[in-house]
Design a protein around this ligand. Sequence first.
Ligand code: ZN
Length: 265
Amino acid sequence: MRVAQLGSGTPEIAVVAGIHGDEPCGVRAVERLLDERPTVNRPVKLVVANEAALERRVRFIDEDLNRTFPGDPGAKTHEGRLAAALVSELEGCLTFSMHSTQSHADPFAIVNGVSETATELVPQLPVAAMVETSNFAEGRLFSAVDTVEVECGLQGSETAAQNADRLTRAFLTAVGALPGDTVDRELPVYRLTDVIRKQQADTYEVFVENFTPVEAGAPFAAADGDEQVADERFYPVLMSSNGYRDVFGYAAEKLDVLETTTAAD
Ligand SMILES: [Zn+2]
């Protein structure tokens, strides 16, 4: 784990990259901040988490770090120990953690609950949606640390790296670390309701678009040509044919649209 800081004092804000070693976009954003060293109005902690996995360009060494929190300093796995170290490093910090996916190109935010912080902060980020994953929080960073996660785009893409940079700057502006204003946008909010499992197969297909509703009775994915059909209407989120080993992704319900709070006079 690499830890650095912008500004002086004890940070209450942190930016975390590289929870997953095969998602380099956030690391680029952090490195750019370290190169440019912008003047900040509040101190910011910068963390590159899983350096060993990043070096090998793999998601993890022993187990998925974002299913391992709070971890244990005496854990047998690299990620178990790293999770514990991260939790103590990030204690007391509102944390911004960057990811990328194989499922969706447009950035969206993932939060553990529609909290006051999330409701205020996330509409100021350049994201298309906010996804609430409290039903599936176990082992994730935000189960242990106050965190907003963002999916920056497609894994390994230049666009995801550029998005990571824009998202980080918007976050740092929204929390008052960088000067300037952010734009508030209306934001649909989704809550994950189910895991969509996939059986062992050689080839996987996904027929639907994330955040576009799938009607009851519609086929949405297949494993070796075996179609899976929707029992009821749902919104697919984080769905991809090969993004995860044993799940296609998640089913979500649409909760609400967060209206902008800025008065139009
Ligand atoms: Zn990730």
